[in-house]
Design a protein around this ligand. Structure first.
Ligand code: AP5
Length: 227
């Protein structure tokens, strides 16, 4: 089962990715988390991408595509994946298709989490992320049990550098110019499943469940894609 999750910055992709991956019994992978992990660990890749990520610009394709394809070619992803944050432009989508095709596989579903611009401002303005395990919080909608500390690993909760207004404007522009065409790309391929991303985390989770059937019924996990 190979799923990609699409949506505006702050739509709730990261929040729903792990849940969906568990539901489908496949691992999840987030390009943004991977970049931030490299940055935290001070790897050469982390240093190379820092300016792009922190200022809200897309990392060049030659770096991003190599990183993701290298990762998904590892045995951990042989049964599939839920990919969050990749592909981010049509070139990345084509390269992903090519790599999967080479292995005799295909993207089964592109899940679009659809939210209004007003919801995005609230979600990103109040987001906190664990600096150790990258768990995602919202100061009101999903606050940590102990202020400033991660419920899962006790790591410190921080705001992301690219949630600051200037970087956020660039991210929204990058989405509109480069990532919105990816939605059309999967719609044309008959693989797009659109879910209303407004309302509580639980409500959105429920809609995703209804749109993409969970492993209890192994034979037909996908709802009919919308065009
Ligand atoms: P990335 O990490 O992918 O950022 P993004 O796509 O901008 O998405 P976000 O992580 O900001 O939002 P999200 O949709 O995951 O929302 P979340 O679940 O956190 O990329 C970061 C950067 O890396 C890019 O700018 C680029 O530089 C680089 N990069 C990554 N991939 C790349 C690629 N393929 N090519 C090139 N460059 C790439 O939720 C947001 C907040 O809302 C949280 O506080 C959460 O608690 C809250 N929330 C979620 N759902 C709800 C709800 N239903 N109700 C209330 N609050 C909610």
């Amino acid at each position: 089962m190979h799923v990609v999750i699409l949506g505006f910055p702050g739509a709730g992709k990261g929040t729903q990715t792990k849940f969906l991956a568990e539901c489908l019994s496949v691992p999840s992978l987030s390009s943004g988390d991977l970049f931030r992990r490299h940055q935290r660990e001070g790897t050469p890749l982390g240093q190379q991408v820092r300016t792009y990520v922190d200022s809200g610009l897309l990392v060049p394709d030659e770096i991003t595509i190599a990183m993701i394809l290298d990762e998904i070619n590892s045995p951990s992803y042989s049964d599939g994946f839920v990919l969050d944050g990749f592909p981010r432009n049509v070139n990345q989508a084509l390269e992903l298709d090519r790599a999967l095709d080479f292995a005799g596989m295909d993207i089964d579903c592109a899940l679009l989490i659809d939210v209004t611009q007003e919801a995005l401002a609230d979600r990103l303005g109040k987001r906190l992320v664990c600096n150790r395990c990258q768990s995602i919080y919202h100061t009101e909608a999903s606050p940590p049990r102990n202020s400033g500390l991660c419920d899962y690993c006790n790591g410190r909760l921080e705001r992301r550098a690219d949630d600051e207004p200037e970087a956020l404007v660039r991210r929204l522009r990058a989405y509109q110019e480069e990532s919105a065409p990816v939605v059309d790309f999967y719609a044309r391929a008959g693989k797009l499943v659109k879910v209303d991303g407004t309302g509580t985390v639980e409500r959105v989770r429920q809609r995703i469940k209804e749109a993409i059937i969970c492993p209890a019924t192994q034979d037909n996990r996908l709802s009919k894609p919308v065009h």
